[in-house]
Write a protein that binds this ligand. Structure first.
Ligand code: MG
Length: 452
């Protein structure tokens, strides 16, 4: 059914909750010594990295959320830097969901620190009192430092806009009949999904303010966005609920920034092996097979006057293989790729990425791993038997890791890759679960302070 047939939401039907500077406030909640202080959370213990979140005390002094450590120290010399602890945040996220569920059912989790609830008319009527009840439950169960901002509106998009409007610890209610004037003061770049590039395209199309955007026809929005997202945005803005089709998993990939002392061929190889095994484990958990492996590196480049780094070189290598999901096949493929890299790359990589793609479902192949069918291509006899054996070995190793901890077994030497949390980083739209983490759990109270 097209979106516009679904009926227009006239009342308040959605509540959007977005935590303020989540990683930074999470660290302040977990370690009371950090409260009231400028804190920056960085992805790895290196002086050359940038923040992924800064506390409100840092923001108040003018430190941007994504400031480099150097830039942040120039503004706030007493700033404290801590290294992100993804498993700790995921556990906290799960406890947060439980607390929110005591007030209101959570309809969808949108990221580690954002979620949406569907409201009944009786709940919608409560307005800010409902939002305050959720905030109070969070303060009671965690700490008043762990604040969120809440928006209530007819659609998820409008509620999300509302949650952004009065940060931190904000609240906004947007009513259909108050549009567009209620949002006229909002600059386009403040809208969810309007990146710098999209803002330029909007301006090029004569859309300079919210009112211009509001007046577009759905087809015009689609043309400016260049895809169906434009029409979805239009629907969300005009009070129509947008249901997204489920995206089909297309690849399992991991990438990693390499600290300066990890850019030698041996260290790159050690890191690539861990990334590959981590991606392979996720592939097996999803019950899929991969037929392509891509290895890529970025590096070279220069540092601009503002301190941001531009990488101008990229090296990529692709391999095709028979449908596989065992560690040994991927590690052998990786080894050929790394041999090519040693000969051809020609620059020291700053980051590396491994991707398993060309996914196939077991169901589309054959029911029995030992059954040789055309779908499993031409590999027969001893070679096919060997990969089936390795699939079983990988599966047994996965089970051992689940039962006895992620450190219990590995194929080849284990190594600790800087930044940790290999393959289990929190990304937009992906919250790892406990089985994704490849090393022992970090206790909540063990803040990981930067060492420099
Ligand atoms: Mg947030």
């Amino acid at each position: 059914m097209p979106d516009h047939m679904r009926g227009k939401a006239q009342g308040i039907e959605r509540l959007y909750l977005d935590f303020d500077s989540f990683f930074a406030t999470a660290e302040q909640y977990l370690n009371p010594d950090l409260r009231g202080k400028p804190v920056g959370v960085v992805p790895l213990d290196s002086p050359n990295t940038g923040c992924i979140a800064v506390s409100r005390e840092a923001k108040a002094r003018g430190v941007k959320s994504s400031a480099t450590i150097r830039a942040a120290r120039q503004i706030a010399p007493d700033m404290i830097f801590v290294v992100a602890r993804h498993d700790v945040y995921v556990r906290l996220h799960n406890r947060i969901l439980e607390v929110i569920e005591t007030c209101l059912p959570v309809a969808n989790v949108r990221s580690i620190d954002e979620l949406v609830c569907h409201l009944l008319p009786s709940e919608a009527k409560q307005g800010e009192a409902l939002a305050n009840r959720i905030k109070q439950a969070l303060a009671d169960n965690f700490s008043p430092v762990l604040t969120c901002s809440i928006g209530m509106a007819p659609t998820e998009l409008l509620a999300k806009i509302g949650a952004e409007m009065n940060k931190p610890n904000g609240f906004a209610e947007i009513h259909a009949d108050a549009l567009p004037h209620a949002l006229n003061a909002l600059s386009l770049s403040k809208l969810p999904g309007v990146s710098d590039g999209m803002e330029k395209r909007l301006i090029a199309a004569g859309v300079h303010c919210f009112e211009d955007l509001w007046r577009l026809a759905p087809k015009q929005a689609r043309a400016i966005w260049g895809n169906v997202e434009g029409e979805r945005f239009w629907n969300g803005l005009h009070g129509f609920h947008v249901e997204r089709p489920k995206t089909k998993k297309r690849m399992f990939g991991h990438s990693r920034m390499l600290p300066t002392d990890w850019r030698t061929p041996d260290k790159v190889e050690a890191c690539a092996r861990q990334l590959t095994m981590s991606a392979a484990r996720r592939l097996r958990r999803a019950d899929l097979f991969a037929t392509k492996v891509t290895l890529s590196c970025r590096g070279g480049g220069y540092r601009s006057a503002t301190g941001s780094r531009k990488d101008d070189q990229r090296w990529e290598w692709h391999a095709q293989l028979l449908p596989a999901r065992d560690d040994r096949t991927f590690l052998r493929t990786l080894r050929s790729g790394l041999q090519v890299a040693r000969k051809e790359m020609g620059f020291r990589p700053r980051s590396i990425s491994v991707m398993l793609h060309g996914l196939e479902e077991e169901a589309l192949m054959t029911g029995d791993l030992f059954d040789v069918s055309p779908a499993r291509h031409t590999e027969t006899g001893p070679a096919r038997k060997a990969s089936a054996d390795w699939e079983r070995i990988s599966a047994v190793m996965d089970k051992l890791r689940i039962a006895h901890g992620p450190d219990s077994i590995s194929l080849g030497p284990r190594c600790d890759v800087p930044g940790g949390y290999l393959g289990a980083k929190i990304a937009f739209g992906r919250i790892p679960d406990a089985a994704d983490f490849n090393s022992a759990a970090v206790p909540d109270e063990q803040t990981h302070f930067c060492s420099f």
